[in-house]
Design a protein around this ligand. Structure first.
Ligand code: NIG
Ligand code: FE
Length: 422
């Protein structure tokens, strides 16, 4: 039995509150305890409160972690990532800086299809090594759970290889990974001009194997008129739903009201991106109970200026989620603190709203609201000690990784090495 207490937290940002996702004004309530403490047994939180109130439950066997007057938050839940791929696209990045667009690069065989070619060739060991390296980047930002999509295989075997790598990463116990099947991410080279045949493959070969081997909890589709238009996207998503998978959609990244209306129609868990959505689509998401997942780092990295309308969404009562969209093309960052900064400066979300969107709301979107996302008795002891005096410093000091130490299920999975001189 492990028995651990975290003490001397200047701010213990618990996010305790009623179950379910937070919307409107409730997104600003972080339930902060000054000079708080956490008591953890066997990886679960058993008590949370001011130190004086809970220390009587400590015993001589309780191991004390001194947060040193720093702040403690639930681990971030990054609800949209593409973390398993081989190689990277720094060359395309340079071309984009020089004026080429993301769409032009994709149309000439680059973009997602370039990463598919290198990922298909990569061995399982090579993919796992890359995945471990990126897992470390997530941890450095204080993230303890990621939603992890396939989508760089686009053949049955390669998609399964990626999903098995995600399963292995999850099993290593440093970073929780919730797997999503994204076979409909792009049309691979050998199916160019034959979208119907590719959709057949996704529906009749990939999905049954993925579901049969329990390799994914969700299915995603890149819904865009020139990638997966409405009809094929609907067919893939309905087939996934029939096999018991939840749905998350790449929606309205470039084209208005494309994926969002489909997400509403199918009562998906989330509609992600939403940079081009109109108020009509946002109202449809609200009516259907679909959570918006906003990805400002991809707008930033693509050099765009059209950020999603977060304020309108919050005013409408949508329980907004923030995520990195970590991938080698549009968003090569694993940093949730950077995403919080972009959400605050570019989308005018308050620091408290940002933190709610990156923790409880994100956990709810992944069906994990009873296990993670807040620091409350009964939940997993997934938390980060951040080197700050106040939670508002997380989006304020941007471009740094503030985590001092990160714990998953009560075990330390990341510790910043202090500089000691010489
Ligand atoms: O969410 N838009 C589709 N998928 C990713 C980009 C993937 C890539 O460029 O490799 C996104 O932005
Ligand atoms: Fe994405």
């Amino acid at each position: 039995m492990t028995d651990l207490a975290v003490v001397h937290c200047r701010q213990l940002v618990t996010l305790a509150g009623p179950p379910g996702p937070r919307s409107g004004r409730a997104m600003r309530d972080l339930a902060i305890i000054a000079d708080g403490a956490l008591h953890i047994r066997n990886g679960r939180i058993v008590a949370v409160g001011p130190r004086a109130d809970i220390e009587r439950s400590f015993s001589e066997d309780t191991e004390i972690v001194d947060a040193g007057g720093r702040i403690v938050l639930p681990g971030f839940v990054d609800a949209h990532t593409h973390p398993v791929f081989a190689g990277n696209r720094a060359g395309e990045f340079e071309r984009r800086v020089e004026g080429a667009t993301y769409a032009e690069i994709a149309a000439t065989g680059g973009g997602i299809r370039a990463t598919v070619r290198s990922t298909r060739e990569a061995s399982c060991d090579c993919l796992l090594a890359a995945g471990r390296r990126y897992a470390d980047w997530f941890l450095r930002g204080g993230t303890t759970t990621i939603e992890a999509k396939s989508g760089y295989g686009l053949s049955t075997d390669a998609e399964i290889k990626i999903l098995k790598t995600i399963r292995q990463l999850n099993g290593e116990g440093r970073l929780r990974c919730v797997p999503t099947f994204l076979g409909a991410h792009e049309i691979p080279d050998e199916y160019r001009g034959r979208i119907d045949d590719y959709v057949e493959l996704v529906i009749h070969d990939m999905l049954p194997r993925v579901a049969g081997e329990n390799l994914a909890e969700y299915c995603d589709v890149f819904c865009e008129p020139n990638v997966f238009p409405m009809e094929p996207a609907r067919a893939v998503l309905r087939a996934a739903q029939a096999l018991g998978l939840g749905l998350r959609l790449h929606a309205d990244q470039f084209s208005a009201d494309y994926g969002a209306l489909l997400a509403a129609e199918l009562h998906a868990a989330t509609a992600d991106h939403l940079e081009a959505s109109t108020p009509v689509a946002l109202a449809a998401l609200h009516a259907a109970g679909v959570q918006p997942v906003l990805l400002p780092a991809s707008v930033y990295n693509l050099g765009g200026t059209r950020y999603p309308a977060a304020r309108r969404m919050i005013d409408l009562g949508l329980p907004v989620v923030l995520a990195t969209d970590f991938n080698p093309g549009s968003s090569p960052t694993a940093s949730m603190p950077l995403v919080l900064s972009l959400a605050a400066t570019q989308m005018k979300m308050t620091p408290a709203e940002c933190i709610t969107a990156a923790t409880v709301n994100a956990a709810h979107s992944l069906g994990r609201s009873r296990q993670i996302g807040s620091l409350e008795p009964g939940k997993a002891a997934d938390f980060a000690i951040h080197d700050c005096d106040d939670y508002r410093e997380l989006p304020y000091f941007f471009g740094r990784e503030p985590a001092h130490a990160v714990y998953l299920g009560g075990a330390c999975v990341y510790q910043r090495v202090p500089y000691t001189g010489n």
